[in-house]
Design a protein around this ligand. Structure first.
Ligand code: MLC
Ligand code: AMP
Length: 501
């Protein structure tokens, strides 16, 4: 069989492995062999649809085991998997389809009509595995001779927003993904006795690559939940050994008194990432359960960069040490020169985990990937005397809400386009559940009569719900510094209580 770096590394030679891999509460449980069979059928279908090496397969579907089979099928068929958040309305998806020009687009059957007439071959898949993808694959052979793909070939494109407000496709190679999987599985000591409670979405790095790839690789089990549902979490935690989540998972669990020491006594590991975990959450979690959450730091472009130690001290408020094989340096954001030890600066990363560049955006790639291979993260941080990395802020205008990244520029562009609006500024404010939420300050033209509800309503079909401002404030003018730049920090301070009181 032809070599296919990522598939071989995750599931190679396991066609006869009858061990349980995915447990779906209330649904069908899947063995490893079953997953590979389904994946083979989907790979055969993708080839029939004309997918050629390097072609994009864009997917906007609910979380399901079939969606995982489709991811693996794309990789085996030589394509690049391109998952999209299910919250994106048609207008947002249109941008990704235009930019990525996928050969195939798979969406929910209930939304197929919205995509009539697109250039890609349209297939459907619902949360129960039904739709034209399954119909087309049912009669096809499950045997599949993998399309040959090497370490540097493209395996996935994940879109991540930029300061311009337009998303850029981060190109991830087979080895970007596999090398990080191997490193993390080892660093966090995962093996085939582990059972991971999987409640993250699978259209982002955290749920798809970190959580799923590790468990496929080690041959452990996943309890596969469609989403974070507190009751199901409390029901299933006793069956798991590990949990990976965004900070909101942990604050929601802690807010329920049934979440206690006894419920998680047998657990081995709790991992947090994608957004800052408050030191107080870390402390409260240890007091309640006796476990110290292991916080790590990553991004779409790089997968995981640093982690608190498995055996050593997991230090609250830090993201730990560079992972084996990953180099981190702290540089002056203006000059790019490495700063003195202990000083704050831009976090830059180099290693086999760092992506190949932005899809069809060589100038953006050149801005963020230095000639010596270091990627400029946009995060500000410093190493303490013991070598722990602290993230202290962002040099990019970014809001992280419940682990989702939101770039204010996109929201401002949409608000500015509304009749009666002169200009606007979107910014993050503290939110008790989501960490941060979006708020907006809007300057209206004389005589315009928009109110808060009207602005939010107008964004409904333009922006995913999680990007829509929770609060809109009307101001006479936006605060600006001497250079004319909008002072988001002033807005954040002024409206600090907008979502907490
Ligand atoms: C849902 N909503 C959100 C939201 N999620 N709003 C802002 N931010 C979010 N993250 C909206 C819903 O549309 C709904 O709107 C309302 O908030 C309440 O929804 P909910 O039912 O309470 O939300 P829920 O489905 O429980 O989702 C919350 C969540 C989820 C935090 C569990 O967002 C989640 O799983 N986040 C994980 C994101 C993630 O995987 N990030 C990793 C990125 S990778 P309304 O008006 O209809 O009520 C990455 C790299 C790395 O960053 O390092 O990992
Ligand atoms: P994304 O663009 O979705 O890949 O998000 C990556 C960004 O999330 C990083 O650049 C950081 O700003 C942030 N991030 C990820 N993990 C952490 C963490 N543990 N602490 C603070 N910020 C984090």
């Amino acid at each position: 069989m032809a070599a296919n770096t990522l598939f071989d590394g995750l599931l190679g030679g396991r066609e006869a492995d009858s061990r349980l891999l995915l447990r779906v509460p209330g649904g069908h449980d899947w063995s490893c062999a079953e997953l590979i069979l389904r994946c083979g059928q989907y790979a055969n279908l993708l080839l029939r649809c004309g997918v050629e090496p390097g072609d994009r397969v864009a997917v906007q579907v609910d979380k399901s085991v079939d969606a995982i089979a489709l991811y693996l099928a794309t990789v085996r068929a030589g394509g690049a998997f391109l998952p999209l958040n299910t919250a994106y309305p048609r207008a947002e998806v249109g941008y990704f389809l235009d930019d990525a020009e996928p050969a195939v687009f798979v969406c929910d059957p209930a939304r197929a009509a919205e995509f009539d007439g697109i250039d890609a071959r349209l297939l459907t898949l619902d949360a129960d595995g039904n739709g034209s993808l399954a119909d087309g694959a049912r009669e096809l052979a499950a045997d599949f001779d993998n399309v040959e793909r090497g370490e540097d070939d493209l395996a996935a494109i994940l879109y991540t927003s930029g300061t311009t407000g337009l998303s850029k496709g981060a190109m991830l190679s087979h080895d970007n993904l596999l090398s990080n999987t191997l490193t993390l599985a080892d660093y966090w000591q995962f093996d085939d006795t582990d059972v991971l409670l999987h409640a993250l979405p699978i259209f982002h790095t955290h749920g798809l690559f970190v959580a799923t790839n590790i468990m496929l690789r080690v041959g452990g089990q996943m309890i596969f939940l469609r989403r974070f549902d507190l009751e199901l979490m409390l029901e299933q935690l006793p069956n798991a050994t590990a949990l990976m989540g965004v900070p909101t998972f942990y604050t929601r669990l802690l807010a329920d008194e049934r979440f206690d020491r006894e419920l998680v006594a047998h657990m081995r590991l709790f991992v947090s990432g994608s957004a800052p975990l408050l030191a107080e959450t870390h402390v409260q979690f240890e007091q309640r359960t006796g476990h110290r959450i292991l916080e790590r730091y990553g991004m779409t472009e790089t997968n995981m960069n640093t982690s608190n130690p498995y055996d050593g001290e997991r230090r609250a408020g830090t993201v730990g040490f560079p992972l084996p094989g990953v180099e981190i340096r702290i540089c002056d954001p203006e000059t790019g020169a490495v700063v003195a030890p202990g000083e704050i600066g831009m976090i830059e990363v180099r290693g086999p985990n760092v992506f190949q560049g932005y899809w069809r955006k060589p100038e953006k790639t050149a801005e963020e990937l230095r000639a010596d291979g270091f990627f400029v993260t946009g995060d500000l941080g410093r190493f303490d005397d013991d070598g722990y990395l602290h993230i202290l802020g962002r040099d990019k205008d970014l809001v992280i809400s419940g682990g989702y990244n939101i770039y204010p520029k996109q929201i401002e562009t949409e608000i500015d386009a509304l009749d009666g609006v002169v200009e606007s500024a979107a910014f993050g404010v503290p939110h008790p559940d989501l960490g941060e939420a979006v708020a907006a300050a809007v300057v209206l033209a004389d005589g315009a009569s928009l109110d808060e509800g009207a602005v939010i309503d107008a964004l409904r079909d333009r922006l995913a719900r999680f990007k829509q401002p929770r609060r809109v404030f009307f101001v006479d003018a936006l605060p600006r510094n001497a250079m004319g730049k909008v002072q988001k920090n002033v807005l954040r301070d002024t409206y600090n209580d907008a979502c907490t009181s």
